[in-house]
Ligand binder design. Structure first.
Ligand code: PMM
Length: 279
């Protein structure tokens, strides 16, 4: 039976990002060695993260995929060490074998940006393990996904696709109660699509599933306030913007937020909660 983590204070769970990659857009290479990744995971927990999302494949637009062996080599030692240290670990992967081995090493949740579409074996692994499954809106691998960023109505299209995908997964044996839906900010989405999805989050929430929001440090946040033709703010200068979008998601009732820098997001979510709870 899948059990989704929740926070006692009513805020969304904070999923801290642990990228064990040389090339992620926001922190590529910084935590590439297992010891550095584990130390970073511990820091995220100390800052208040409820979950650590360990990934070994960069999904930034244009990224090439690592081999399955390389992905396993990157993530397994980090998953097992963080789980042994008592952290709740999710494995961020599109590969069934990586998910299965990470679960065996102590991960208790699978986060698949393809929602099980990239590897037909994923559904069976998740169904057999009975663990929560994050299903993101996805239109193909990062190599060329931005060529598919075209929507009649992005909120309606994403909602329709996510709910259809949830039904397919349930029909294949995945527990409905373990599903978490994610609109997939930045994945086959232009900046305007991401803003529409943030505004339309109530419609995603109305599908009736827990929702994860992952806007952290994404490119559209770096363009706010920058004049036309100017350089976007670099990823490390997007944490205030991330805190604002995460607090917005929290106020609307998201189940979780996925962030690189935990403290500003927690602070912003607490402020938003205090406003909502004021008499
Ligand atoms: N974004 C990234 C990676 N994994 N998983 C989910 N569920 N949702 C996301 O928005 C998401 C994800 C890309 O960001 P990163 O390279 O900084 O981890």
């Amino acid at each position: 039976m899948s059990v989704l983590p929740h926070r006692a204070d009513g805020l969304p769970v904070v999923m801290g990002v642990v990228n064990v990659t040389p090339d992620s857009f926001s922190d590529g290479g910084e935590w590439f060695e297992p010891e550095a990744a584990v130390a970073h995971g511990r820091e995220l927990v100390a800052a208040g993260a409820d979950l650590l999302d360990v990934g070994g494949e960069s999904t930034r637009p244009g990224a090439q995929r690592p081999s399955p062996e390389e992905e396993l080599r990157r993530v397994l030692p980090v998953v097992s060490e963080l789980a042994a240290a008592g952290a709740t670990v999710s494995i961020d992967t599109m590969r069934a074998d990586v998910a299965a081995q990470a679960l065996a090493a102590g991960a208790t949740l699978v986060n698949d940006v393809s929602g099980g579409l990239a590897d037909p074996g994923m559904v069976e692994v998740v169904a057999a393990a009975g663990v929560p499954f994050v299903v993101m809106h996805w239109r193909g691998h990062s190599r060329d996904m931005q060529s598919r960023a075209s929507y009649a109505d992005v909120v309606a299209d994403v909602c329709e696709r996510l709910s259809a995908r949830a039904e397919e997964l349930v029909a294949s044996g995945v527990e409905r109660g373990g599903l978490v839906l994610d609109p997939g900010f930045g994945f086959a989405k232009l900046a305007a699509h991401n803003w529409s999805l943030l505004k339309g989050l109530p419609e995603v929430l109305a599908l009736g599933y827990p929702v994860l929001v992952g806007t952290s440090r994404k490119a559209f946040l770096g363009r706010v306030g920058v004049p036309e033709g100017g350089d976007p703010r670099p990823p490390l200068e997007r944490d205030v913007a991330t805190a604002v979008t995460s607090a917005h998601a929290a106020a609307l009732g998201a189940w979780g937020v996925r962030v690189h820098n935990v403290a500003p997001t927690l602070d912003a979510m607490r402020v938003s909660q205090a406003i909502q709870e004021a008499q």
